[in-house]
Ligand binder design. Structure first.
Ligand SMILES: O=C(O)CCC(=O)C(=O)O
Length: 281
């Protein structure tokens, strides 16, 4: 059975910390609309290269996002009804169970040509590869346990020599149903964490003095690109609805992975040391 929600309600002190965080937050400076006038003359991902992150509005076909979102909603309902002993654990971490994360239904997202064009531009490569499995998340209202503390993605993904992350919401993201907070100016920091011991999450990295940028509002169809160095953390979900999202990690032909990945040319999953890939370090 899912853990009781009352255990997840923010304490007074964390609620006041949230208010403080909000008052120090800035508007997002690097927010781009796909196909807006002027796109042809400049890189689609110029802000990503400069700032380490970028929101691209309506980068994905809303019908595809709706379809994948519906698949996740239905999978979540079925998982909750299953009575599996794993429901509570997954509800706490906010991670969908592995069988859902492995589903080719999720590949509808990387199959989008608009996303592939953005990724080629951002990674500077032709061939695209996606770490498997992607992290599909359901963050229940008021569940602080599922919030990833301040981190650099490189620390969670040392098996890839280079990559970027694409964060995709399936529900409207606003101040209440928060998304991801960036720490401005950290996009070229070295890896800060050397102690990789973890409970659910790695230990938070220090963010003192860095300005917080809340990536909201976002709408289904929008994407958030992040490089592997930029510090970011989950925003709390203070709304009354679950936050459904997915984060996908991509690399190009010059990078290496020692774990499973999806070859986005042949749409096959390559296991570690996979035959014929010649890509595994
Ligand atoms: O979705 C979230 O709450 C956090 C996502 C995140 O930190 C990531 O994709 O690296």
């Amino acid at each position: 059975m899912p853990a009781s929600r009352s255990r997840w309600m923010p304490t007074r002190s964390s609620a006041s910390k949230n208010r403080l965080a909000k008052s120090r937050s800035a508007a997002m400076p690097n927010d781009t609309t796909l196909h807006s006038p002027g796109d042809d003359s400049m890189s689609l991902t110029a802000s990503f290269h400069r700032d380490g992150y970028q929101i691209i509005r309506q980068a994905l076909d809303p019908a595809v996002v709706r379809d994948v979102g519906l698949f996740l909603e239905e999978s979540l309902e079925a998982f909750r009804r299953s009575g599996s002993a794993e429901v509570e654990e997954h509800t706490r971490s906010g991670h969908f169970p592995l069988d859902v994360r492995l589903s080719p239904r999720l590949w509808e997202l990387p199959r989008q040509e608009s996303l592939q064009a953005i990724l080629r531009d951002a990674l500077g490569t032709q061939a695209l590869f996606m770490h498997m499995p992607p992290t599909a998340r359901f963050i229940e209202p008021g569940n602080p346990l599922a919030a990833v503390p301040a981190h650099q993605d490189v620390s969670y993904n040392r098996h890839m020599s280079d990559f970027l992350t694409v964060w995709i919401p399936f529900v409207p993201i606003d101040d209440a149903c928060g998304g991801v907070t960036m720490f401005e100016g950290s996009q070229e920091f070295p890896e800060l964490l050397d102690d990789l011991s973890r409970d659910v999450w790695l230990k938070p990295v220090p963010t003192d003095g860095l300005r917080r940028i809340e990536c909201q509002p976002m709408h289904p169809g929008d994407i958030l690109l992040l490089n592997r160095w930029i510090i970011h953390e989950s925003m709390p979900n203070r709304s009354s609805r679950p936050r459904l999202s997915i984060d996908l990690r991509f690399f190009g032909e010059t990078a290496r992975s020692t774990k499973h990945y999806l070859d986005c040319q042949s749409w096959t999953v390559v296991p570690p040391g996979g035959a014929g890939s010649g890509r595994v370090a």
